[in-house]
Design a binder for this molecule. Structure first.
Ligand SMILES: [Zn+2]
Length: 137
């Protein structure tokens, strides 16, 4: 289970809307207690692919985010990216590039009128839904 504040959700949404028609991406940091993850900080990163179908996080920004997490004593919980024109589920490429079994992979679909955010765990190319709670909604 992963919990996100409404404010952080809006930050993700605005970042993704701002990058349209391209995919947007970022990292999620916070704390873990048992199987409960709580997001405390979002890092909005640049998609160097500048593509509506792919994303690659800008390496320097990624490095800076990890450094900041260490300084704040936060754990990397996972990442997010948007799907400007496809549903909120991992693509073949997303699955192929998911190497971290303990991380959450959030996907925000902007394909329909209302944005849809979902979280997934991807272990050995097996995708499972992860419960996502947006607090304060
Ligand atoms: Zn994707």
């Amino acid at each position: 289970m992963i919990t996100l504040s409404k404010c952080d959700y809006e930050m993700i949404l605005n970042h993704c809307l701002g990058q349209l028609p391209n995919e947007a991406c970022g990292l999620l940091a916070g704390r873990v207690a048992g199987n409960k993850k709580t997001v405390e900080k979002i890092y909005l990163l640049s998609n160097i692919d500048q593509s509506p179908k792919h994303f690659s996080m800008e390496p320097q920004e990624q490095f800076g985010a990890i450094k900041d997490m260490r300084a704040k004593d936060l754990i990397l919980l996972g990442n997010f990216h948007s799907h400007p024109g496809s549903p909120a589920r991992p693509s073949e490429e997303d699955i192929r590039l998911a190497f971290e079994p303990d991380k959450s992979y959030l996907i925000l679909s902007l394909a329909e009128e209302n944005p849809i955010l979902k979280s997934f765990m991807i272990i050995n190319r097996q995708v499972t839904n992860e419960e996502l709670i947006i607090k304060g909604e």
